[in-house]
Design a binder for this molecule. Structure first.
Ligand SMILES: Nc1nc2c(ncn2[C@@H]2O[C@H](COP(=O)(O)OP(=O)(O)OP(=O)(O)O)[C@@H](O)[C@H]2O)c(=O)[nH]1
Ligand SMILES: [Mg+2]
Length: 466
């Protein structure tokens, strides 16, 4: 505890969220550039930093995207034009951060790759000063969650390859060469796998090892038709281009699932790399433990939530088609009256159950299509659905089906009025046709609404994908 504090004062480092100050001693100089400052005064930052930031699309998006609460600290032995960026969030990791940065440098030397270590730091201890002294770039950000730390850091990533992980020395970054080799071989996403590598005894609680991770990995694989062996592995590499295109939104632990499932949706060239998972150092307490016993459950819950939201179509489209078909089979054959097969009579009430199934099924189908459209990365789903539901044809068909249904129900209403406001009875064919009429009106109206919404997506996404 004492030693890092002493180092802080020896370095004379001052970090400031708003003005990017400069700390200096006889043998160490540390430069702190606020991103805004780099733009306003380009000569203050070193030229490679300025260039990297200027060409980044997120930064190019406009000043409103620059966060005044973020400060970049650059070490004296900074690397120009790195090929690899090791991107590591850290909160209060002063116990391990020096070794961790040294491991990264050793790993990069062994892999013969020119790289930088970028620590996304939200610590209140001496982590940033130690990391900076060890030769890492430090991005000071407010503590806003693990996913948010990655999102905040993306505009500052200079390498073509990005390797992610934890600062607690539980992933062995001395062995990073296989990740670089995988990306060199053409992979866009190289996911670490502790199950294919090794897990040191005591490194993972039994609950995570035998239940949480295998179960959530299995669920994701079922939902997305993928074959990952360890979706929560924190050590993973991705090209910067793919990471930017991914547009991560997760603020917390669920970034882990979001990256994996988006890699499937984006059809990234993906591979798995075995990694060694080590025990926490003596004296380090996991953030989950610090947050309380409910924390792993909260992490599992938000990871599942991400999987379900991004995979909404799984629950909607195919189940919807099934339910709609069952609903039609329960209603249409009874359109002209009850049917008796053996001992069983299928009557108007049976039709009503079928009507409910058909309506729920149809809504599911249309919501599933919309989920497909909203969560589409290549534009192909939008193109396909718009081709199936061409505006004129779909609106024309909706109007025809609705009118047919309306006609059947008008006939029922006329019959009702002309019979002194009484219906002939549940087995009369006019009553059965009235239910079919309702079904047709619902199908027609829902299809019209869906067609409008589907084509409204053009307003949001444009037609460049056609
Ligand atoms: N910048 C930043 N880093 C974070 C945040 N939360 C966690 N980290 C860091 O992200 C890495 C992974 O953190 P956690 O997933 O919470 O992991 P942990 O404390 O090692 O807990 P275990 O999952 O039990 O290993 C560690 O290096 C943390 O210091 C955050 O809100 N902001
Ligand atoms: Mg850990």
């Amino acid at each position: 505890m004492d030693e890092p504090r002493a180092l802080t004062s020896a370095l004379g480092v001052k970090t400031s969220a708003s003005n990017g100050q400069v700390g200096q001693t006889a043998d160490t100089q540390v430069r702190a550039d606020n991103l805004l400052g780099v733009f306003d005064q380009p000569t203050r930052g070193n030229s490679s930093t300025t260039k990297a930031l200027e060409r980044h699309p997120l930064v190019d998006g406009g000043p409103e995207l620059r966060d005044p609460e973020i400060t970049l600290l650059i070490p004296v032995d900074d690397v120009d034009d790195p090929q690899l960026s090791i991107l590591i969030p850290a909160v209060d990791e002063q116990l391990t951060i020096a070794d961790f940065v040294a491991w990264c440098h050793q790993g990069m030397r062994d892999a013969s790759v020119r790289g930088e270590v970028l620590i996304v730091d939200s610590s209140t201890d001496a982590t940033p000063e130690i990391a900076l002294a060890a030769g890492a770039r430090v991005l000071r950000t407010p503590r806003r969650g693990l996913g948010r730390a990655y999102i905040d850091a993306i505009p500052y990533v200079r390498g073509k390859y990005v390797l992610m992980g934890d600062a607690d020395c539980t992933y062995d970054f001395r062995q990073l060469a296989p990740f670089v080799a995988a990306l060199d071989d053409g992979a866009e996403f190289a996911m670490g796998s502790r199950w294919k590598g090794s897990i040191e005894h005591g490194a993972m609680p039994a609950l995570h090892r035998y239940l949480g991770t295998p179960l959530t990995t299995w669920i994701l694989n079922v939902l997305y038709g993928s074959r990952f062996s360890d979706i929560h592995c924190g050590m993973r590499a991705i090209t910067r281009d793919a990471l930017v295109r991914m547009g991560l939104v997760s603020q917390s632990w669920e970034y882990a699932s979001e990256m994996v499932l988006k890699s499937v949706r984006m059809e990234l060239r993906t591979t798995e790399v075995p990694v060694s998972f080590l025990k926490d150092r003596e004296g380090r307490m996991s953030h989950h433990k610090r947050a309380g016993w409910t924390s792993p459950f909260a992490a599992a819950w938000i990871n599942l939530r991400a999987m379900f939201i991004h995979g909404a179509e799984f629950f909607l489209l195919k189940p919807g088609i099934f339910l709609f078909t069952v609903g039609l089979l329960m209603t249409l054959p009874l359109a002209f009256g009850s049917l008796t097969i053996g001992e069983v009579t299928f009557n108007l009430y049976f039709m009503l159950v079928g009507l409910a199934f058909a309506v729920i099924g149809l809504q599911s189908i249309y919501f599933g299509c919309l989920a497909h459209v909203f969560l589409d990365y290549g534009g192909r789903a939008r193109q396909r659905w718009r081709r199936i539901f061409q505006y004129n044809k779909a609106v024309g068909a909706s109007a025809a089906i609705f009118t047919l249904g309306f006609g059947l129900d008008v006939a029922l209403a006329v019959n009702y009025v002309s019979n002194h406001f009484t219906l002939p009875g549940p087995s009369a064919s006019i009553d059965h046709l009235g239910i079919v009429g309702l079904l047709f009106m619902i199908i027609g109206f829902s299809t019209f609404c869906f067609t409008l919404l589907l084509h409204a997506t053009e307003v949001r996404y444009g037609r460049h994908d056609d």
